[in-house]
Ligand binder design. Structure first.
Ligand SMILES: N[C@@H](CCC(=O)N[C@@H](CS)C(=O)NCC(=O)O)C(=O)O
Length: 216
């Protein structure tokens, strides 16, 4: 198959997989766990010298394209394998493109680190290794970006648009919701952002999201 996605569902690889599933693009999933050395083999490091998943490999007539960085992978799949028809997750106008780019970059710079701390220290790590004080500090910092996201979604809702970039689910929502979902263990924090909470639930309830997360 011409499009391959390396990774596992319980990782950042869920982002490009989610995008591909939303588009109905055929792809081969190369199951690659992030633990146990699979991302440190010479063959894998030739694909991504950082030794991280996900990696997207796209065999094209003009040559092989390799993409790493999960947000870039999801945006690439939407742009190159989707159709800018105003119906799919692919941005269809310059404004939608700008929203997808800015919210994806914003997510990795403003949200991801603290969201991951919340996930790890409230839920994912074994209880005896969690440090609740780290989660408390992360939640306190997250109030600032969550207020920014809340304000944007409120403005979108006031315009009759239910999603980040348009009045339809786009790759912008894939990129942001896949990280914002990590904050769900901080229910009290999310309760202060009703538009974010409602939007997040709608995004994460999409069948392609659970399908992506369930991939080995
Ligand atoms: N900024 C990168 C981070 C990738 C990353 O850290 N992936 C983790 C899994 S979620 C990984 O591969 N860890 C294995 C390792 O670092 O050895 C991205 O968004 O793709």
């Amino acid at each position: 198959m011409k499009l391959k996605i390396y990774g596992t569902g319980a990782s950042r690889a869920a982002r490009p997989v989610w995008a591909a599933l939303e588009l109905g693009v055929p792809f081969e999933h190369i199951a690659t766990p992030y633990q146990g050395g699979a991302t440190r083999t010479p063959a894998f490091l030739a694909l991504n010298p950082n030794g991280h998943i996900p990696v997207v490999v796209d065999e094209r007539a003009e040559g092989t394209v390799i993409v790493w960085e999960s947000m870039a992978c999801a945006l690439y799949i939407a742009r190159v394998h989707g159709h800018a028809d105003g119906a799919s997750i692919t941005p269809a106008t310059p404004r939608e493109e700008a929203e997808a780019l800015r919210w994806s970059f914003w997510t990795v710079s403003e949200l991801e680190k603290d969201a991951l701390t919340v996930l790890m220290h409230r839920m994912a790590m074994p209880e005896d290794q969690r440090k609740p004080e780290l989660a408390d500090q992360a939640e306190s910092r997250l109030k600032v970006p969550l207020a920014v996201l809340e304000k944007h979604l409120q403005a979108q809702n006031a315009k009759g648009e239910a999603y980040l970039a348009a009045n339809r689910f786009t790759v912008a929502d894939v990129c942001v919701a896949s990280v914002a979902g990590w904050i769900r263990p901080a229910a009290a924090l999310l309760a202060h952002s009703p538009a974010v909470s409602a939007w997040l639930k709608v995004c994460l309830d999409r069948p392609a999201q659970s399908q992506a997360r369930a991939m080995k």
